[in-house]
Design a protein around this ligand. Structure first.
Ligand code: MG
Length: 450
């Protein structure tokens, strides 16, 4: 049996095994105790287990005097946006993001719609584990409210961005295929594309949580979308993950651009409109970094994970940021990964370029990333990483997240997994072949150190 995974960002587990209603009530009550009485926005993705989880969250929150405000099935960025605007004390998203159907999770937000930071998350864990809930009497129980306009408001905020020319997009009438993976973006995304005047072909846009393919929007899972783009002679294809914070793009030729290029495209477009620092995580492609440097702006890298990027972005007033897995963060809307924002920026960039999406991608710096992993057995990952650092002492090393060896237009990042006895190796180079060779070289070297 799997264990319930408890982290600062919430809890995650398998329905019927570890993620039980009592565990959910407990964490919702701990969270409510931590944030205090007031309105808490509650939204969920389309998973089959969503309603069961929702009822447990509502009970836990009401019991400690919080008033859950139900926004229904919504993309994660929509819940973040609604929390920032309407949440008095916070927000909870019921979603396991790209994990398979049997999983679900709670993601906890502060009142600004940001994921809890380490201190805040640890407080919630402590309250849950010591069961120090502030249960209230019958006359102080939280109320229950619904709010049906969250998606509308979120979409409007994106449509109102000064650099999104809605009439011009409507006139251009792009033909777009959207794959909603039957997730939380299934209604929001086709509707949003229609507002942008697109001719929309919606596939897998029934929000029933029955994922028609492995839900992570990486190239190997997008074959149906690629075929549909070709068959329909569409200008572009979009895919989102089940909670619609990550966006992947397929070209008019039916070829995935690779998620790294969702962010690279957005950064280039935005920097043409306004200059300012850019924040990306330690594993993001050099394509994004090269683009930002060309515009003469600072590029700051952080640990992997949305909260790390967001915190730095707010701290230095960055104009855009994100993660290379298709997560664009545009603080002009709200400081969280957002596929609705991603679609608007991509289509506006396509419109202004006058090119096809393939041509637009070719005009960007070209890189390829490979991902490898190696079983460690009983070996201690820390010792191995230290030996590796020693052996490469003359090289340029960065230790923002794991150990990253920086070359000329290349890098290799080695990170120990938190959950399994393995190390993950990522390598980037201008060609896939070079990236593979580079990754293999480090893999062999690590193997010799075990
Ligand atoms: Mg997600």
């Amino acid at each position: 049996m799997s264990r319930l995974m408890i982290s600062i960002s919430g809890i995650r587990g398998i329905i019927g095994e570890t993620l039980t209603p009592d565990a959910v009530v407990k964490y919702a009550a701990a969270y409510g105790t931590f944030v205090g009485p007031g309105k808490v926005i509650v939204g969920r993705d389309s998973r089959v287990s969503g309603p069961m989880m929702h009822h447990a969250v509502v009970a836990g929150l009401q019991a400690v005097g919080c008033t859950p405000v139900d926004v229904g099935i919504c993309p994660t960025p929509t819940v973040e946006f609604a929390t920032r605007r309407h949440g008095e004390t916070g927000g909870i998203i019921i979603t396991a993001s790209h994990n398979p159907i049997q999983w679900n999770a709670l993601k906890l937000l502060n009142k600004d719609g940001l994921f809890l930071n380490a201190d805040q998350g640890n407080r919630v864990i402590e309250i849950a584990s010591t069961e120090k809930f502030k249960y209230v009497s019958y006359n102080e129980l939280g109320k229950y409210e619904t709010f049906t306009n969250a998606i509308q408001e979120h979409q409007e905020a994106v449509l109102n961005l000064p650099y999104i020319d809605v009439p011009a997009l409507q006139k251009r009438r792009f033909k777009v295929v959207i794959d909603g993976v039957n997730g939380a973006g299934s209604v929001c995304m086709p509707e949003f594309l229609q507002k942008l005047g697109c001719e929309v072909v919606a596939i897998n846009c029934t929000p029933d949580g029955i994922f028609p393919h492995t839900p992570e929007p990486v190239p190997e899972n997008l074959t149906q979308l690629c075929e549909s783009v070709k068959k329909n002679n569409a200008d572009i294809g979009f895919a989102v993950d089940p909670d619609a914070d990550r966006l992947a793009i397929v070209s008019e030729k039916g070829i995935p651009l690779g998620e790294e290029y969702t962010l690279a495209l957005a950064i280039k477009f935005l920097l043409m409109k306004k200059r300012g620092p850019v924040v990306i995580n330690a594993s993001t492609s050099l394509a994004s970094e090269d683009i930002a440097r060309k515009f003469g702006v600072d590029v700051i890298r952080t640990k992997v994970g949305e909260i790390h990027v967001t915190q730095k972005l707010l701290e230095i007033n960055a104009v855009i940021g994100g993660e290379g897995n298709g997560g664009i963060i545009l603080p002009d809307v709200h400081p969280g990964r957002d596929a609705v924002v991603g679609i608007a920026l991509t289509l506006q960039a396509l419109l202004e370029s006058g090119k096809t999406i393939s041509q637009l991608k070719s005009s960007l710096p070209q890189y390829e990333i490979v991902k490898l992993k190696l079983e460690l057995g009983d070996a201690d990952p820390k010792t191995i990483l230290n030996k590796l650092i020693e052996r490469h002492a003359q090289e340029k090393i960065d230790q923002i997240d794991g150990v990253k060896f920086l070359g000329n237009r290349t890098w290799v990042q080695v990170r120990a997994s938190n959950t399994e006895p393995i190390v993950r190796i990522m390598a980037e180079a201008p060609t896939a072949q070079d990236a593979q060779m580079l990754g293999e070289k480090y893999l062999q070297e690590i193997r010799s150190l075990i």
